[in-house]
Unconditional design. Sequence first.
Length: 234
Amino acid sequence: MLEVQNIDVYRGEIQVLWDVSFMVNAKEIVAVLGANGAGKSTLIRSILGLLHPLSGKIIYKENDISQFPSYVITRMGVTCVPEGRHIFKDMTVLENLEIGAYSKRARPYLNKTTKWVFELFPVMYERKDQLGGTLSGGEQQMLAIGRALMSKPDLLLLDELSLGLAPKIAASLLKTIDKLRGEKTAILLVEQNIEMALKHCDRGYILETGKIKIEGCAKDLIANDHIRKAYLGI
């Protein structure tokens, strides 16, 4: 689905990512994990076409999208739940979801997809006529995920899903993400809560100071001595 090949990415004159490579297969949940400042957001922006690698390639469904603009990448089936959620606070829950289905690929399935999102997040149905800005933080995150799913993505990017949420709420959201396994959607989870993310992903990559330092299946990463000492406090 997605293959990032040896990319170097700069923000202005400052290099943020060095020779970063990883891949996401169809129907797979893959995590890119690391502390604040590791380069995770820059990586997301690069996949979305908001930043372009100086070298290396980003291959999506066998197309080199490294220099594509964001709107083209979105039309190809890549959607992001951004850090901070960025819902439309002055619009209702239902209106936020409808905005998510704006693209030509998603519009014909509006009613069917809306029903599916309400099944994933029953509280969204209860709040469908409520303004987005009046929702709790956890509910706003549900709405942001639901809005992204309305576009019927083939690749869903989740940027710092747990940020600012109580651990129980974040864990509940990740359990809902687990329900997407078996759908055709591949998921890239970019997260600093390493312990929580590894419980819900198939494979993971540890990003430190702009470089991939460790990679492997979730079970192996949880058992890795460096990860246990540096990130899990064990």
